[in-house]
Ligand binder design. Structure first.
Ligand code: G3I
Length: 338
């Protein structure tokens, strides 16, 4: 917990009398982006969601708005309504956009998965999808999750719609197609459960290292960091993982952090959660190749956790009323300490 929690808590949500720095200002001073996933429906309603987002964050990731089923709902029709709204908001508030996600096995439209299409047809579809989506935002999206979750829990290549359709080289192809469409964007492989050291993390490291060694245009690895108090890596192993990625010439980002709690969350759990946020942010800040730190949402009013983990929630730095939680003060504390 921060040594001056009340003051930090007030500063974090912009309530202190003297204009306090926001999280994004402190992050700017440390040279990292401070990001969050965004629910575009909530953003459209404006209000405290949009205000808090613009004030506290320097980077936005569309939680769902750039996924295949949303932007490419029919074979010959793209729909960028929600994606454009987010990119416009980001530009108006001087925020970076983190594109998410080009090759993933979830949220695919049924015309694609049920289409009984040949390997050649599917390769042509994925190439044209990537080039159309990345090309539309060329120069406006700083970093893309090109591929996500292609490694299984044991560290084997995950068998998915895309791996079955295109064969083992599909990831290399996706990175090359994305790079052709926007040579200036940083391209990431993004996964969960590989933040520390272990079979899955080793496999992700080898995958990214080997792609890079072959000249595939991959810049780094996104570590999702979906944690709970009882299931989280020690800072030392995250540090070691970041260091080995750096040794392979790869950057890293924390891309989707949340720390779910059993509901109702106790003050002790909220305090322990703050410690986890502080520790992981400090670990990223201490690693020269860790370029960004993002949460999978910022307010407990909007989070994937209660739907996917019944009985759990309260995972984010701001509560359901957009008030800063102890986690918020802990993040500010980590950003201030050198
Ligand atoms: O869009 C439909 C809507 O038309 C329908 O009325 C409604 C009914 O439930 O469902 C809506 O779709 C939901 C979609 O989110 C948009 O809200 C899906 O059911 C729901 O499954 C989907 O969940 C998303 C999940 O990815 C899908 O696996 C979560 O919001 C999103 O937070 C989550 O994000 C993933 C990252 O992309 C990758 N890493 C893990 C992370 C958490 O699972």
């Amino acid at each position: 917990m921060a040594p001056y929690p009340a003051l930090l808590a007030l500063a974090c949500c912009g309530l202190a009398l003297a204009a306090p720095p926001a999280l994004r200002d402190l992050a700017d001073a440390r040279g990292v982006s401070l990001g969050t996933a965004v629910d575009v429906d909530a953003l459209r309603n404006g209000g405290r969601y949009a205000e808090t987002l613009a004030r506290e964050f320097s980077s936005v990731t569309p939680e769902n708005a750039m996924k295949f089923e949303v932007v490419h709902p029919e074979p010959l029709r793209y729909d960028f309504t929600a994606a454009d709204a987010l990119v416009d908001f980001a530009e108006a508030h001087h925020m970076q956009v983190h594109g998410h996600v080009l090759v993933w096995h979830e949220q695919l439209p049924s015309w694609l998965t049920g289409g009984d299409l040949s390997r050649e047809a599917l390769a042509a579809i994925l190439r044209s999808h990537i080039q159309h989506v990345v090309g539309r935002y060329r120069g406006r999206i700083a970093v893309w999750d090109v591929a996500a979750e292609a490694v299984d829990e044991e560290g084997r290549p995950r068998e998915t719609f895309w791996s079955r359709a295109l064969g083992p080289d599909y990831l290399a192809l996706a990175f090359r197609w994305a790079h052709e469409a926007d040579p200036g964007a940083r391209l990431l492989y993004n996964d969960y459960g590989g933040e520390g050291l272990g079979a899955k993390s080793d496999a992700i490291y080898r995958l990214a290292r080997d792609l890079r060694a072959r000249g595939v245009p991959i810049d780094g690895v996104g570590l999702q960091m979906h944690l709970s108090l009882g299931d989280r890596p020690a800072a030392a192993v995250v540090k070691a993982n970041l260091a080995r990625l750096a040794g392979a010439g790869l950057t890293a980002e924390i891309t989707e952090m949340d720390v779910r709690l059993i509901l109702p969350a106790t003050p002790a759990a909220a305090s322990a959660q703050a410690g986890v946020y502080r520790e992981m942010l400090a670990t990223c800040l201490a690693a020269p190749n860790c370029k960004g730190f993002a949460f999978w949402g910022f307010t407990d009013a909007r989070s994937w956790i209660p739907e996917f983990f019944p009985g759990w929630g309260a995972a984010l730095p701001f509560d359901e009323d957009y008030r800063p939680k102890p986690a918020c003060g802990a993040l500010m504390d980590a950003l201030r300490r050198r």
